[in-house]
Design a protein around this ligand. Structure first.
Ligand SMILES: NC(=O)c1ccc[n+]([C@@H]2O[C@H](COP(=O)([O-])OP(=O)(O)OC[C@H]3O[C@@H](n4cnc5c(N)ncnc54)[C@H](O)[C@@H]3O)[C@@H](O)[C@H]2O)c1
Ligand SMILES: [Zn+2]
Length: 383
């Protein structure tokens, strides 16, 4: 994938983070000139600018909500990869809307107002935008269940019921046609980002793509942020001789995707027109239970501490979500790193990070107080 001029110019917002930094490295390797705009959010970057931000990029330390900084950062740019976002399960409702929804809207407004010659915008969306993973009902085949009611979870029933007949379903892979409507504040604002970018793209004629990433992990995933990144959280817990905490019964499944695969999907979205105008699932296409992930991390670390369940759940969370990645595949995307290899690489990296502290225990207390984590009336046993 070479580009005509030899030097395309990219803006990567959030480029100091997990995905943005790997994407920036890939773009540099592909001959792009790269500018990063990132405010070094303290929860993610407790020690300031991380050492992996390449000296070859132009680094702008600014907030995505700063209109003038964004206007300047957009100068002489051909393609925008919008990765900056406030993520995870934090209590600050207003901040999600401000950073994710407002920040994105204002950036698009600036591009249009200034008539900037941007050739494409690729926005980081998320699988969180779905209500629940697609499922198969014994009577109704493929169905799109609703978010499980809080009362159901509080009663200790974690299953997913058919939206038509109420029968218990089995999980299926989720295509992009599945309805949006994820109920966490993060999910609501990721949907805003995606819809703002795609609608703006249709109206301005500027090609736009929304990549709905699955759970992304890999080297550089913050070891400081206790609110997001289950592999990082489990690893830091285990390195501090603490058991990983599983919400619900630990049998919920997710699609884990290695960060370099996500970075390559971004490059693909920028260089093909096959995905223009679309939301596109990017993931591994494989389901893994959270309990299995805990076992894989503890096995790979050689820290034999069993995970614990305490009958806690997070309202609004999905039970199962595995991406149907056929749309991306048809455009040439293929995941290349399997979960055990990816976990090995993450743990190799984490060992180079010096002493890692467990921030989870303190965070947990906050989440309980705010009812972002709740307890079932009668915790069920392991199944
Ligand atoms: N990691 C995942 O599992 C996952 C899954 C789906 C979607 N995403 C999305 O991918 C994108 C990148 O996520 P990541 O995993 O690399 O997270 P990350 O936290 O490692 O990186 C995000 C970066 O954005 C920066 N940032 C945050 N608020 C900002 C602001 N107000 N102004 C400027 N910069 C700001 C942070 O400093 C950080 O460097 C996000 O949009 C996220 O919502 C991530
Ligand atoms: Zn049914």
């Amino acid at each position: 994938m070479t580009n005509e001029s030899g030097h395309k110019r990219a803006l990567v917002t959030g480029g100091a983070g997990l995905i943005g930094s790997h994407l920036s490295d890939l773009l540099l390797a592909e001959g792009y000139r790269v500018r990063i705009l990132d405010n070094l959010e303290p929860q993610t970057h407790r020690n300031g600018k991380p050492p992996w931000v390449s000296g070859e990029v132009e680094f702008v330390n600014a907030d995505i909500r700063d209109r003038e900084a964004v206007r300047k950062a957009l100068e002489d740019v051909d393609v925008v990869f919008h990765q900056a976002a406030y993520g995870g399960y934090m209590p600050e409702m207003g901040k999600y809307v401000h950073v994710n929804s407002f920040g994105t809207a204002q950036m698009l407004e600036v591009i249009r107002d200034e008539n900037l010659p941007i050739g494409k915008v690729v926005v980081a969306s998320s699988q969180a935008v779905y209500r629940e993973g697609a499922a198969v009902c014994p009577r109704h085949e493929l169905v799109f269940p609703r978010t499980r009611p809080v009362e159901q979870l509080a009663s200790g029933d974690y299953t997913v019921h058919c939206p038509i007949c109420g029968e218990i379903t089995t999980p299926a892979t989720t295509p992009e046609e599945a309805p949006m409507g994820g109920e966490t504040v993060y999910a609501i604002t990721k949907a805003d980002q995606e819809q703002l970018v795609l609608a703006w793209g249709r109206q301005t004629g500027i090609p736009a793509v929304a990549l709905r990433y699955s759970c992304t992990y890999g080297p550089r995933q913050s070891v400081f942020n206790p609110y997001t990144g289950v592999i990082a959280i489990f690893a830091t817990r285990l390195l501090n001789d603490q058991p990983p905490i599983l919400y619900e019964d630990g049998e919920q499944t997710r699609d884990f995707c290695y960060v370099e695969d996500i970075a390559r999907a971004n490059l693909l979205a920028a260089t093909t027109d096959k995905l223009d105008g679309l939301p596109v699932n990017i993931g591994s296409g494989c389901a893994t239970t959270i309990r299995e992930v805990a076992g894989m991390v503890s096995g790979a670390l050689g820290v034999p501490i069993e995970p614990v369940t305490r009958g806690e759940f997070r309202p609004g969370e999905m039970r199962h979500l595995t991406s149907d990645i056929s749309r991306a595949r048809d455009a040439g995307y293929e995941p290349t790193v399997d979960l055990s290899t990816g976990i090995e690489r993450y743990l190799e990296w984490i060992r180079t990070q010096g002493g890692v502290r467990d921030y989870f225990a303190a965070a947990e207390q906050v989440l309980r107080e705010k009812r972002i984590v709740q307890r079932t009336a009668s915790p069920p046993g392991r199944n």
